[in-house]
Design a binder for this molecule. Structure first.
Ligand code: 6PG
Length: 242
């Protein structure tokens, strides 16, 4: 099956966050109904953060939380209690107080050197899926103003990784200037559904480049996302769409 690609434009950032939260909950319900569990990779960044808050605030009672398995599509090489940690952000906004056991949350071992942390995360993903292909039900992604997604930055080698599921990267040009551990494009492209969340006027130029027919994926790494047998959804607000 070829990838289905959809563009969804919401009127503003709050409407985008609401729609994204509803999409996550629906995707979880569908995955649990079909396969008995929901395997999601969360993204860092400001746009997903607003959606996480809505999931916590509006949908806590609706989730079948014992069936969720939560990974990070990328993580900054800082401890989980550091304000820059993606897991820290997801915990503060969404996961706190939800009935999710620690074994359901797969934190990157950021106390290890980045290369080891990446190898360890890849091993834990492989162990989790066992003999099955590592297909996430949902991978949430942001889009950096420089065209990066996850921590796959323009000009840096991680974006070309073809054999590993998880790799590491030095920081790109955008803050914070810390090393990263990141899913690779081959892992992202195995997912059943990949959703980009993009908001605000400052994303307009890069969104236009990403959606152009002649996009150069080397300059706009996010253009390497095209699930081999899954859906690709670009969700954005009107300001980002232009
Ligand atoms: C990170 C992210 C990164 C982010 C984009 C978009 O750890 O920084 O996972 O890929 O999603 O930079 O972030 P904004 O939505 O804040 O612009």
């Amino acid at each position: 099956m070829a990838a289905e690609k959809q563009i969804v434009v919401l009127k503003d950032a709050p409407a985008l966050a609401q729609a994204a939260a509803e999409m996550v909950m629906q995707c979880a319900a569908d995955a649990i109904a079909r396969r008995g569990r929901f395997i999601i990779a969360l993204s860092g960044g400001s746009t997903p953060e607003a959606a996480y808050q809505i999931i916590h605030g509006n949908f806590s009672a609706r989730g079948d939380w014992s069936k969720w398995f939560i990974f990070l599509g990328d993580e900054r090489a800082v401890p989980a209690d550091d304000p820059r940690s993606n897991l820290g952000m997801a915990t503060r906004t969404m996961l706190h107080g939800l009935p999710i056991a620690p074994e359901q949350i797969f934190a990157v071992q950021t106390q290890l050197p980045p290369a080891e942390a990446a190898a360890d995360y890849e091993k834990r993903i492989k162990d989790f899926f066992g003999y099955a292909e590592p297909r996430f039900d949902l991978i949430l992604l942001g889009l950096g103003d420089d065209g990066h997604t996850a921590s796959l930055f323009p000009g840096l080698p991680a974006r070309h990784e073809q054999s590993k599921l998880v790799t590491f990267s030095p920081p790109g040009t955008l803050p914070p200037p810390v090393d990263r551990i990141t899913f690779t494009f081959p892992l992202i492209n195995l997912a059943r559904k990949v959703v980009f969340l993009m908001a605000g006027e400052k994303k307009k130029a890069v969104v236009r480049q990403l959606l152009a027919t002649q996009v150069n994926p080397d300059l706009i790494p996010a253009a390497n996302v095209h699930p081999v047998d899954g859906e690709l959804i670009y969700m954005m607000d009107q300001a980002a769409h232009g």
